[in-house]
Design a protein around this ligand. Structure first.
Ligand SMILES: [Zn+2]
Length: 69
């Protein structure tokens, strides 16, 4: 049996219900977290309108940007 050492800094993925805006275009899978949404709620990839929905996503730090590469 394995026990993590106390105090070991293992990355823990916390899945939480996250409000996101998903692109309504079927040819685009763009979406963004509500925390990062633009004011006009247009898709950052194609400019279509976006619909609010809830997804289970890993909790992230506020400086995370899913569109940066
Ligand atoms: Zn789009």
């Amino acid at each position: 049996m394995y026990f993590a050492k106390k105090g070991a800094e293992e990355p823990v993925t916390i899945i939480e219900d996250t409000t996101v805006y998903a692109c309504e275009s079927e040819s685009c899978n763009g979406w963004m977290r509500k925390d990062f949404s633009t004011e006009d709620l247009s898709c950052p990839m194609c400019g279509s309108t976006m619909a609010e929905e809830v997804r289970e996503l890993p909790q992230i730090k506020m400086d995370y940007n899913p569109f940066s590469k």
